[in-house]
Design a binder for this molecule. Structure first.
Ligand code: PRP
Length: 215
């Protein structure tokens, strides 16, 4: 497998576009589907190996060199803080990390939310955000369905990803502040980027060209 490059693909919302984009750049393999039971798919012709990873773990695979490159949201990179090289902003998967609250507890100032409980999948980003504002809160880490927190009284606030805004609306939550905007990024393992520079550089430039043409 030394001559192969290993690409980590994220399960979830970024999966389909990632596979499509890599395919356009000539990196494809048969049966690369999200519901595939096979977690490793090899194409010996183009010398590519795909691994399918849970989004939150993907930067770890790349940091340790289990994958040479990967595609992952900037939100996950900011939360996980892994030592990887960010090669390219792929532009898709745009979303915002938001502070949101139930309509009925909406306050005038952000400081009025002090000492409340916040449910989030992004505890590090949430902590940094509230610290930067000098607001003390209690952060509760959840792994999904964050909007449930305020409904069942687990928390008053949530810090979560908003894409279309549909989930917030359906759960009677309103956006209060935007923490950052994120898009999908192409990332690489530091050592791989040096050792397999030519191939990884070519892939990056090919993807850049495809994205530029699509604009
Ligand atoms: C994300 C996020 C919101 C939802 C936002 O959840 O945590 O729940 O998408 O999207 P929208 O603004 O388009 O409604 P995801 O679907 O990844 O599942 P999870 O809540 O189980 O993490």
């Amino acid at each position: 497998m030394e001559n192969h490059i290993t690409i980590a693909l994220p399960k979830g919302k970024l999966f389909k576009t990632s596979v499509k984009l890599l395919g356009m750049a000539g990196y494809s393999a048969e049966n690369v589907t999200e519901d595939s039971r096979k977690l490793v798919i090899v194409n010996d012709k183009t010398k590519v190996r795909f691994i399918i990873a849970k989004t939150v773990d993907l930067p770890t695979y790349v940091e340790y060199g289990a994958a040479d490159i990967g595609i992952i949201g900037k939100d996950v990179l900011l939360e996980e803080k892994k030592d990887v090289v960010e090669l390219l902003d792929l532009g898709f998967g745009r979303c915002r990390l938001m502070l949101a609250v139930p309509e009925h507890i909406q306050k005038h100032r952000l400081t009025d939310y002090a000492h409340l409980r916040v449910a989030t999948k992004y505890p590090n980003c949430a902590k940094e955000y509230f610290n930067s504002l000098g607001i003390q809160t209690e952060i509760v880490k959840l792994n999904g369905s964050i909007e449930l927190g305020p409904i069942v009284g687990l928390s008053e606030l949530i810090v979560d990803i908003v894409e279309t805004g549909r989930t917030l609306k359906e759960n009677h939550l309103v956006e209060v502040d935007s923490i950052f905007t994120a898009t999908a990024r192409l990332i690489a393992n530091r050592a791989s980027f040096k050792l397999k520079f030519e191939r990884l550089h070519k892939l990056t430039e090919d993807l850049r060209e495809i994205l530029n043409k699509g604009e």
